[in-house]
Ligand binder design. Structure first.
Ligand SMILES: [Zn+2]
Length: 487
């Protein structure tokens, strides 16, 4: 163990950063009517000594944010008063409950019709709050809702939401939608170096972002895997080809990778939302007639034939990832939303993951969201297989305590180089600050506990913080390549 003096020497005298200061003030009405939350101040003052030093180091170290779905800034600005932009939530407090928080509100009893009403224009912020408040009170201690509160505090200076401040918060949120908003929130508030974005909001396969240095992009390869009749036509049009046979479809897929891989940071699939990850090895001769049946009979092909094409296409795309040196990110574990998760299917993910690891030893796989709630098996996969990495993106707000336990257990079991520790996983950039603060708090707690338990030396902390928060991502993802090729 280093002495306190020695620790001070390497940690240095650091300012207290994002999300780690004590808070004053807050709602005088609604929240006082209820029991106040003891340890739930949106940002906790770290205890003195080791924890304070580590918290300060973690606060000043930038994250590489390995997973987001953030909207383009231009779309946010142009969508502010555009009645045709129905996919963006209105820029008021409803937006803060439009992603993830809405799931907890729904599970706590809020009606889907009211969840829709808080997304849309038509109600004043106070009217929206009246719909939200009972369910917010019921679910306020979850990671999703604490994240809303923390983000509000970090961006708008309010400790909690209540009837008296939802209008002011809404005005500040709306006023913040302007050029430079992404950079201000992500870099100035969250201390994020850059983000990796997986577009799910309309662009196809790859987003032509206006901010490639801040928002690097994944190739979203699900449309190549499905593929539905519509996908085949759409991918064909985008690549300026007519995939009239299986051979021309595969040429089309080659062209997708040739077109986007030079600028892509990784490739990503969330197909685990619709099937298991048990991609069988299917010969091309078997997939070809089934694909062509799909091509010629939209809607009229048995489901198992789709699966055979998916199986073939998955392995085909993994070969492409090796050729183009792209890490393959796969959604594993917990589902977004509510009322739609078949846990039995998810339980199969870890075994299926290890099968693909052994089938493609030259591919680099990133299993997202710690495969929660099967994170023990994810640790086993990362410990056993040189080509497996685990990403803690989203996990910090799904189950914050499990994430702290996971981080400690991972570091004791598998090489620290196999882990990425943060991805906000949000559409609205306004919700990333709280998530980054919760992650920083969890990383601090996990590392301090390992020191306090005598498992790691204090002197190992700075190297671990650097590696976990950005060093591993620097090694894995070729950011410089993407920047050169964006030109
Ligand atoms: Zn995601």
């Amino acid at each position: 163990m280093l002495s306190r003096l020695g620790r001070r020497r390497f940690l240095g005298a650091l300012g207290i950063g994002a999300g780690m200061g004590a808070i004053e003030g807050g709602c005088a009405t609604a929240s006082e009517a209820k029991p106040r939350t003891g340890g739930d101040a949106p940002a906790c003052k770290p205890p003195a000594g080791l924890r304070e030093d580590v918290a300060a180091l973690v606060a000043k170290t930038p994250f590489v944010d390995t997973h987001e779905h953030l909207w383009e800034e231009k779309r946010r600005i142009e969508g502010l008063d555009d009645p045709k932009e129905t996919n963006l939530p209105t820029a008021d407090i409803g937006m803060l409950f439009s992603h993830y928080a809405d799931s907890d509100l729904h599970v706590a009893g809020m009606r889907p019709v009211d969840l829709q009403r808080i997304r849309r224009p038509g109600l004043a912020p106070k009217e929206k709050w009246a719909l939200i408040e009972p369910y917010y009170a019921a679910a306020r201690h979850t990671g999703y809702l604490r994240n809303v509160r923390l983000s509000v505090w970090m961006l708008y200076g309010e400790q909690d939401l209540c009837e008296d401040n939802v209008e002011a918060i809404s005005e500040k949120l709306r006023a913040g939608v302007k050029p430079g908003m992404n950079r201000r929130i992500l870099q100035d508030v969250c201390n994020i170096e850059y983000c990796q974005v997986n577009d799910v909001s309309g662009e196809y396969l790859f987003r032509e972002t206006a901010q490639p240095a801040l928002l690097t992009q994944d190739i979203s390869f699900v449309p190549l895997l499905l593929p539905s009749h519509t996908d085949i036509q759409k991918v064909g049009r985008q690549m300026d080809m007519e995939p009239g046979s299986f051979e021309t479809w595969l040429e089309c897929v080659d062209k997708v990778f040739a077109a986007y891989a030079p600028r892509a940071i990784a490739m990503k699939s969330q197909q685990a939302y619709s099937r298991g990850l048990d991609y069988a090895r299917v010969e091309k001769e078997e997939a070809k007639p089934r694909f062509e049946q799909l091509l010629n009979n939209p809607g009229g092909v048995p489901a198992e034939d789709h699966v055979a094409v998916q199986d073939f296409m998955f392995h085909y795309c993994i070969e492409k990832s090796i050729e183009h040196k792209l890490p393959v990110k796969l959604h594993t574990g917990y589902y977004a939303g509510s009322g739609s998760m078949p846990l039995g299917r998810l339980a199969g993910n870890p075994g299926e993951m290890t099968n693909m690891l052994m089938a493609h030893k030259d591919a680099r796989f990133v299993f997202m969201h710690i495969t929660y709630p099967y994170q023990d098996a994810a640790i086993a996969a990362a410990k056993q297989h040189p080509n497996a990495w685990i990403d803690m993106c989203w996990a910090w707000i799904i189950n914050p305590s499990a994430s702290v336990r996971f981080l400690k257990e991972f570091l004791k079991a598998a090489p620290a180089s196999k882990l990425f520790t943060f991805g906000g996983d949000y559409l609205p950039v306004e919700l990333v600050p709280g998530h980054a603060a919760i992650a920083r708090q969890g990383i601090t707690q996990a590392l301090c506990e390992l020191v306090e338990e005598g498992w790691i030396d204090e002197g190992a902390v700075p190297e671990l913080v650097e590696r976990l928060m950005r060093g591993n991502a620097h090694e894995m993802f070729d950011y410089e390549k993407t920047q050169l090729n964006w030109g």
